[in-house]
Design a protein around this ligand. Structure first.
Ligand SMILES: Cc1cc2nc3c(=O)[nH]c(=O)nc-3n(C[C@H](O)[C@H](O)[C@H](O)COP(=O)(O)OP(=O)(O)OC[C@H]3O[C@@H](n4cnc5c(N)ncnc54)[C@H](O)[C@@H]3O)c2cc1C
Length: 385
């Protein structure tokens, strides 16, 4: 593995950083306060090719490798993890990539180019009111009816769910078969029987949209099935594996933002007649943040390198997501401590980083679920028998 970044990777990282500085950072605090989602940011990212960077050029993507894509994720999340959630991990990792892998040519040509151009935004629905970690227990039902499937049930906590034009949802076609009885359906907004209801009052990631998806006798054409009947679990797990890599990169971004803020504040704040940066206990906190962030960043790239090479990356994606999320939370907490009382107010961004990091810890599988996956992978135990 080459530890030097290529010129292309540096160019994309810098482009994302400049975009974040210009378009996201000036409004991030205000949008967090007002829980304001900006569709115009999505369109501006699309214009730069960032709404499908790893997608092949055939589908309007930039065809970049996964490390380059994760550099973009890190930079966007360093400015706002909410914008990252809505524009990158959900749209690209959880929606486009599983369609690219499992969708037939007709589906790919019909939808993917329009999603990379930003004409259509995608979301991904696995979680339900009664099932989160226990994905095999989902209850959204799909019943065959001629050339259609009739969907009934609800998806919960769906990022971009209230603003997306397309939803990739996992449903049960045969409940008795649990994870073997699932299929993945692509549902267009506007399909009769499909509606959404925004979720308000989130602790963090407040500039992203999160919603409940409701299916009431919603007829979806059979040609909108992604993969085969019975493959829904596989499609969903692939989406989550890809999503864990990008979320891990976003956690590195939040952790880096915490370091940036802590370093600046420590150099400006005077106590006992000196900048607090001169106190070794403050330096220790910053050193711990930097060590953990560097280790997380390098491991995220290691996992992405496996994906680039087409090698299995399930265990590595879970290690990266688990570790980077915990690091983001710890870094944000230390940044608050370094800011003292000011860190406890929204005059400074560090309390937002903490709230956002908590959200990143939860979605695409909690720490406990990542540990279960890692344990199973090491011991060679199948997820379900
Ligand atoms: C901001 C946000 C955005 C989200 N976006 C999406 C999205 O776009 N699409 C989507 O499908 N979902 C999304 N989710 C849902 C998210 O993936 C789930 O919240 C998460 O997987 C946990 O499920 P749950 O909330 O039902 O918790 P539960 O599964 O009920 O878990 C509750 C607690 O029990 C623990 N637990 C559960 N099972 C075990 C076990 N076997 N062993 C040990 N501990 C266990 C968990 O770790 C957790 O601490 C989002 C959530 C949030 C907060």
């Amino acid at each position: 593995m080459d530890f030097d970044m290529s010129d292309e990777q540096i160019m994309f990282r810098n482009m994302a950083r400049e975009f974040a500085l210009r378009e996201i950072i000036p409004v991030a605090a205000e949008d967090d306060k007002n829980a304001h989602y900006r569709p115009e940011t999505v369109q501006k990212m699309a214009a730069l090719g960032l709404l499908g960077a790893p997608m092949p050029q055939e589908y309007g993507g930039l065809g970049v490798d996964y490390i380059t894509y994760l550099c973009v994720c890190e930079e966007i999340a360093r400015a706002s993890a909410g914008v990252f959630t809505t524009c990158l991990t959900v749209h690209t990792s959880l929606f486009q990539l599983p369609i690219l892998k499992f969708g037939n040519d007709e589906l790919k040509h019909r939808y993917l180019s329009r999603t990379t151009k930003g004409e259509l935004l995608g979301c991904f629905g696995m979680t339900e009111p009664n099932t989160g970690s226990d994905v095999a227990g989902i209850e959204l039902s799909a019943a065959s009816s001629g050339n259609n499937w009739i969907l009934n049930g609800t998806k919960m906590w769906i990022s971009s769910g209230g603003v997306a034009d397309l939803a990739l949802v996992i449903a049960q076609t045969d409940k008795s078969k649990r994870h073997r009885g699932m299929a993945a359906f692509l549902v267009e907004r506007g399909t009769p029987g499909f509606s959404s209801s925004d979720i308000h009052g989130k602790m963090g990631l407040r500039d992203s949209n999160t919603a409940e998806l409701i299916f009431e006798n919603c007829q979806v054409p059979a040609e909108n099935i992604v993969g085969e009947i019975g493959e829904g679990f596989k499609v969903g797990m692939y989406a989550l594996d890809c999503g864990r890599l990008s979320t891990a990169a976003a956690c590195v971004g939040v952790s880096q933002a915490s370091i940036d803020a802590a370093v600046q504040y420590a150099q400006e704040r005077i106590q006992f007649g000196k900048p607090i940066a001169s106190f070794q206990l403050i330096q220790e906190m910053i050193a711990d943040m930097v060590v953990e962030t560097e280790v997380a960043r390098n491991y995220v790239f290691r996992a992405a390198d496996l994906k680039n090479k087409g090698l299995p990356f399930v265990k590595e994606a879970s290690i990266a997501k688990y570790y980077a999320a915990e690091v983001a939370l710890r870094s944000a907490q230390k940044a608050i401590k370094i800011h003292g009382g000011y860190g406890y107010s929204n005059d400074y961004p560090v309390e937002r980083y903490y709230r956002d990091a908590m959200g990143l810890c939860l979605y695409e599988g909690t720490a406990e679920i990542q540990k279960l996956i890692i344990g199973r992978e090491i011991l060679g135990i199948p997820a379900f028998v």
